[in-house]
Ligand binder design. Structure first.
Ligand SMILES: Nc1ncnc2c1ncn2[C@@H]1O[C@H](COP(=O)(O)OP(=O)(O)OP(=O)(O)O)[C@@H](O)[C@H]1O
Length: 257
């Protein structure tokens, strides 16, 4: 479990500045929800936290991201180390459809070149699927293809896959937006369990979800024609019950966005 801290992050796509000097500390062992209207830079911010922003050819960045005090963008640090420590789950479940459930969970080991014995791999498959809240549903069909699972099960498989390389931080970009309410509830329960051992940062448009699962919230906003900034951040209960800024109050009560 690690603290992750964004310091003065400014991001561009070409000449379009989309974030302006955004700073936020995401506490170890907590669940931080990033909320705000569409287009204010939440996903960009999240992707900066594990060096995915730089995959876009026109993307530029200024500022620092500290993982337990160490800048993941420091030139002496390898990209693979950042990706290994900071996992990501996307909006649309993206298991390898033809690969078995077992192989999906183990896929990250291959990518990172980690060697493990058969029994270690079996233990890892069971523990990751258990943590992902999927073990009981799939334990008798681990060799069936990942693509044969329901959408909610696929998303939990993706969570299990990201856990297999033992990340210290898990980033989740609207992980439930493609799921039904029951699957959403199961994923939320899974997140609350996972927060005991991994720091979670989640982008969500669902205010009830932010209120249910997060320990702290950051409210992003981009006024017309200006880059995104954090208007307010703090403990979730305070953000929902007594925010300091009128815009936060209006947003969390569904009055805009
Ligand atoms: N690959 C890209 N190339 C160019 N511009 C981009 C790219 N990705 C995002 N943007 C722009 O950056 C700004 C912030 O987008 P971002 O997706 O981070 O916002 P968001 O708050 O996550 O939105 P949403 O809630 O709709 O997902 C937007 O103006 C968007 O058009």
């Amino acid at each position: 479990m690690a603290e992750i801290e964004a310091r003065e992050l400014t991001a561009w796509f070409g000449s379009h500045k989309v974030l302006d000097r955004v700073s936020l500390t995401m506490r170890a062992g907590g669940i931080t929800a990033l909320i705000g209207p569409s287009g204010c830079g939440k996903s960009t911010f999240l992707r900066i936290l594990n060096r995915m922003h730089e995959l876009v050819p026109s993307a530029q960045l200024a500022g620092e991201v500290l993982l337990d005090g160490q800048d993941i963008y420091d030139p002496s640090r390898r990209l693979i180390d950042a990706r290994r420590s900071i996992g990501m789950v996307f909006q649309k479940p993206n298991p390898f459809p033809a690969m078995s459930i077992r192989e999906n969970v183990l896929a990250g080991l291959r990518l990172t070149g980690t060697k493990a014995s058969r029994s270690t791999r079996d233990d890892l498959v069971e523990s990751c699927l258990t943590k992902g809240g999927l073990w009981n549903e799939v334990k008798d069909r681990l060799d069936a293809p990942g693509g044969g699972l329901s959408g909610g099960q696929q998303q939990r498989l993706c969570i299990a896959r990201s856990l297999a390389i033992k990340p210290r931080v898990l980033l989740m970009d609207e992980p439930c937006s493609a799921l039904d309410p029951t699957s959403t509830r199961v994923i939320e329960e899974t997140m609350l369990e996972l927060a005991r051992e991994v720091t979670i940062v989640i982008v969500t448009h669902n205010m009830q979800q932010a209120a249910r699962v997060s320990t702290q919230c950051a409210f992003f906003l981009a006024a017309q024609g200006t880059p995104g900034v954090i208007v307010e951040h703090g403990d979730t209960a305070a953000m929902f019950q007594s925010p300091q800024d009128q815009r936060t109050l209006d947003y969390v009560n569904g009055r805009f966005g």
